[in-house]
Design a protein around this ligand. Sequence first.
Ligand SMILES: CC(C)(COP(=O)(O)OP(=O)(O)OC[C@H]1O[C@@H](n2cnc3c(N)ncnc32)[C@H](O)[C@@H]1OP(=O)(O)O)[C@@H](O)C(=O)NCCC(=O)NCCS
Length: 217
Amino acid sequence: MFGVLFEGLFPAGVALAWERSDAPAGELFPEEEALVAQAVAKRRREFAQGRACARRVLAELGIPPAPLLPGEMREPRWPQGVVGSITHDALLCAAVVGRAEAFAGLGIDLEPDEPLEANVAARIWSAEEAAAARESAVVPFDSAAKLVFSAKEAVYKCQFALTQTFIGFGAVTLLLGDGTFDATLTASVGALPLGYRFTGSWRRAAGEIVTAAWCCR
Ligand SMILES: CC(C)(COP(=O)(O)OP(=O)(O)OC[C@H]1O[C@@H](n2cnc3c(N)ncnc32)[C@H](O)[C@@H]1OP(=O)(O)O)[C@@H](O)C(=O)NCCC(=O)NCCS
């Protein structure tokens, strides 16, 4: 039922694993366990499932299990030569990795497919992005803001590998296509110039939204 969300989401060369958040996740390494020792059960479960998915995709690249620890901004510190991304919500978890020689950054984001309240949406997208979503009609307008929100989070994770910089929701202009999106920087970020473009894709199914962003070398 959920597999359709992930079919063809990323280009060839990206390994992807997903799992239900409530499925048994297996053991964490002690260093990872320490990170969530004080966390609520939901956070522990999602963290463990995200790490389990990450180890599955790393194994596909021939990389043996090891602790996957966060950097200062919570970003996973992937092994040398690898870029990747993790996402989780109450229902699903997923992880992706690719070789750093092929990809400069990857981002994935899962969200429940529920409309954003108008006051929240107004902080996520500009009037121009909202107008473009209304005109394009690739998704019902009530659902479009949540989709743009998720796509911007995927772009955030993707760009972080290149910039190590926090960016807000106004930092990109995001235009939805039919199962795809374009995201363009509205100002320079680190070494990335104004106008830098990220490629992305999205799927909606079974009450979930998943979005993907990537930068090829
Ligand atoms: C960091 C953020 C994107 C996470 O998204 P979320 O929907 O809350 O949660 P998700 O489950 O999808 O993703 C969480 C995972 O993202 C990853 N992550 C967190 N910070 C990250 C960063 N700086 N760079 C890359 N990945 C990061 C982690 O793997 C984390 O899971 P973990 O803590 O279990 O390892 C979000 O909380 C945030 O801060 N957003 C504001 C910035 C933003 O999106 N700007 C839009 C720019 S256009």
